[in-house]
Design a protein around this ligand. Structure first.
Ligand code: HEM
Length: 591
């Protein structure tokens, strides 16, 4: 076990998809308290002007940036002033030697207090017996992550400090993971802030809320994603998948030597999530990047991505949330996007009143009304407010689009570079679903090997390399001390490459997920999270992936192109995504 990484900078947790942040609860705790006692009053010499009585410039910690700049300007002015003024200043200082000394003593005392505070804080993990890299005051272990791939750094730290606990606190022990996510969920039910630049409406999304509000919203959302509702929206999914295949056909004619399929996958993910879950036709496949909703998804993901330096810093230092003002594009798009969702929600509300049965998850939410009996047994259950429904609607787009698109990217890449597995899968697909045309949801669920291929792709390229929770009360789990307020990161990625859990981990072997070989510790495989807060859209997501893959395999052979890179270079946006696109070549299967 180890501890003490500086928080922020590099990290991942997207649309509910969490990852191994470069984190450090030591730093987190440092930043929660005001670092300096406020030192003002007569005779205190500072750059703030307001409290200064003399032209002597000493930077005190109470100064804000603006004040500092102003102070520095004063200093420059002072340099240029006449000797007479300088003499006057010196005289004034000489006249008040007592106040000078007093100021110095106060400043030194404040510095001493601050140093002791830091020292105590940075001993926290040592006291609790949690081993880890030595943190630097203020910056934690942030420096160790500078210019490095955060996933590789986490793996290196796990190797250095063993499986168990690593920074802020990162857990990679299957038993402890299971305990935290499932059995001790009541003490670890919150999720750390992963979107530093939230705009007003985004605060109500499921990924961000906690406590009884989360419980009520989650129950409503879980009931909207039940099996019956998923079955009802299945024909819509087939419809979007047909558009996906039509567009592929066009791209194959235009680029017979291969093309980058990443953007089209994003469009498919948005159109399918929006049409099935919200009953909204976004038409991203038709309009591409001109689609406003797609632009919003990019901006939203970017605002949580470590690729975005401003938000990376704001994740590390909460006070830097002010940098949100530079996130202008995201702000503009968030407004347009929420206006569009509100408008759609109202029109769906009209349809609910006129049609007998809800047809999308959104319509289910609009009619969600826990009975008074439910309310008596569980007071957290209450009808949803309009802004909660809007928040849940947005959770589906924010949580579902980027992650589904990335999962499709990686699975198609794996099929392109492993033609033998692709052929085996195609044979199963054709046997069950036929060589062309539509199929039923039951047929989709029959294709076992499809599950295995998707799981193995998620193991190779985990969209969510880990998930995160916040500890709500001091507790000891499996002999390990957790303090209230600590952020706990549960790492999957280190286990997915562990030969003791997944033998021969660098080989793509879907069969390791077959029923015969499946038995493994539940805390060592959780691509959709685990416990009460796991991905609420998992079943729908799997269906989206499967339908696209089936349609594609019915129509095309997938192979590599000259630009294919294997393994695929990846990045965090904030979930794991291909960094330079997904270059494949498709060949139409002749019938
Ligand atoms: C392959 C695609 C997907 C992957 C890999 C994925 C993965 C995840 C993960 C790892 C979490 C965090 C779970 C935890 O903290 O234990 C999560 C949360 C969430 N996901 Fe997904 N997800 C996918 C698709 C979807 C889809 C299609 C939707 C909705 C339509 C969705 C909606 C959500 C929501 C709302 C949450 C937050 C749940 C909560 O906080 O209660 N996800 N997802």
């Amino acid at each position: 076990m180890c501890c003490g990484l500086g928080r922020g900078g590099k990290g991942w947790e997207g649309g509910g998809v969490e990852g191994g942040d470069t984190c450090g609860s030591q730093l987190a705790q440092t930043s929660q308290l005001s670092p300096f006692p406020k030192v003002t009053g007569d005779g205190v010499i500072c750059t703030c002007g307001a409290t200064s009585r003399t032209p002597v410039f000493v930077k005190t910690p109470t100064c804000r940036t603006g004040d500092m700049i102003r102070g520095l300007c004063h200093l420059r002015e002072a340099d240029d002033t006449s000797d007479a003024l300088k003499l006057a200043a010196v005289r004034e200082v000489r006249e008040k030697p007592g106040s000078m000394y007093l100021t110095l003593v106060i400043v030194l005392f404040a510095l001493l207090l601050f140093y002791r505070y830091l020292k105590e804080n940075y001993k926290l993990f040592i006291k609790d017996g949690v081993d880890g890299p030595t943190p630097v005051y203020i910056f934690g272990n942030l420096g160790e992550f500078a210019g490095k791939d955060p996933l590789e750094k986490f793996t290196e730290l796990t190797n250095r400090f063993g499986k168990g606990l690593t920074p802020s606190i990162v857990v990679s022990d299957p038993d402890l993971i299971q305990q935290i996510l499932v059995k001790n969920f009541s003490k670890f039910n919150g999720r750390p802030r992963f979107l530093p630049f939230l705009h007003f409406e985004e605060k109500e999304i499921l990924q961000n809320v906690c406590g009884s509000k989360w419980k009520n919203m989650r129950e409503a959302m879980a009931s909207a994603f039940n099996n019956t509702n998923i079955q009802k929206v299945f024909p819509r999914l087939l419809h979007v998948a047909d558009q996906f295949v039509d567009e592929l056909q066009r791209l194959v004619l235009k680029h017979p030597q291969g093309f980058d399929i990443q953007k089209l996958n994003e469009c498919y993910a948005l159109d399918s999530v929006a049409f099935t879950a919200l009953g909204l036709e976004t038409k991203a496949i038709a309009h591409g990047e001109e689609c406003m909703m797609l632009q919003y998804v990019y901006a939203y993901d970017n605002s949580a991505s470590p690729e975005n330096a401003a938000s990376g810093l704001a994740r590390a230092y909460q006070c830097l949330e002010v940098l949100k003002i530079v996130d202008i594009k995201h702000k503009r798009l968030a407004k347009e996007y929420f206006d569009c969702l509100s408008h759609h929600m109202e029109s769906e509300r009209q349809k609910v009143n006129t049609s007998a049965r809800p047809k999308s998850m959104l319509q289910h939410l609009l009619t969600y009304n826990p009975t008074s009996r439910d309310h008596a047994t569980n007071p957290a259950r209450s009808p949803l407010t309009t802004s909660e429904i809007l928040g849940l609607t947005s959770s589906m787009v924010g949580g579902g689009v980027g992650s589904t698109a990335s999962a499709l990217d990686f699975t198609l890449h794996c099929l392109a570079v492993h033609p033998r597995h692709q052929e085996k899968l195609r044979q199963e697909v054709l046997n069950v679903c036929g060589v062309e045309g539509n199929f039923t949801i039951e047929q989709v669920r029959e294709i076992d090997y499809l599950d295995q291929v998707i799981n193995e792709s998620l193991r190779f390229y985990p969209i969510a390399p880990g998930v995160a929770r916040t500890c709500s009360e001091d507790c000891v789990v499996n002999g390990v001390q957790f303090r209230a307020g600590t952020e706990v990161r549960l790492m999957g990625i280190t286990q997915y490459k562990d030969p003791e859990i997944f033998p021969d981990p660098l080989t793509f072997k879907p069969e390791r997920f077959s029923k015969e070989e499946k038995s493994r510790h539940p805390g060592s495989w959780f691509p959709f999270g685990a416990g009460p807060r796991m991905c609420v859209g998992m079943h729908l997501a799997q269906l989206h992936l499967k339908v696209a893959i089936i349609k594609l395999l019915q129509n095309f052979e997938i192979s590599t192109s000259d630009l294919t890179q294997d393994p695929l270079p990846v990045t965090l946006r904030p979930h794991l995504s291909p960094r330079n696109g997904v270059h494949i070549r498709l060949t139409r299967i002749a019938r």
